[in-house]
Design a protein around this ligand. Sequence first.
Ligand SMILES: [Cu+2]
Length: 183
Amino acid sequence: MTTTTRRPLAWGVAAALALLAPFASVPAAAAPDGHGNQSELLGVPAPRGQGRVIRIEMTDNAYSVPRIQVRAGETIRFVAVNKGTLLHEFSFAPAETHAAHRPEMAMMMEHGMITPERVVNLRMAMPGGHNMDHTAPNTVLVEPGRTGEISWRFDRAGTIEIACNIPGHFESGMRADLVVTPR
Ligand SMILES: [Cu+2]
């Protein structure tokens, strides 16, 4: 990817990809440690359907719980039910990662990849042949009336954040703490 000060569009795509990187580049088979992305997420993806169920309801615009606590070593199956009328995100990451991600989410809305209520296309070809890819194992977008799931094996203690990064939602309080206690 080239950088130039005279092509703001190209710069915009580069910036979007840079913002997206912490979400999009978490390979399921990555080593559990030594890779920043894996360790900042306090664990690794687990096979779909596995783990102790924790159910979270999403409304416009809030999660049903302010805090979720799990233990290092546990596999958790997050079941995120959208009881609202808007599209919502269930995503966990450090707060600063979410903050970096929000402008990119606004860009997805701008480009029609998502609407306030629906997912249109999470993998969109952008000018210049780049792709915006919003699929990531620590994030699920859930349409009204539907349920999203993430199974995750936590292996490190720490506190990260659950957030909905759809424009305006986090700002109106759609967040929760995710606390992983030591084993
Ligand atoms: Cu939301």
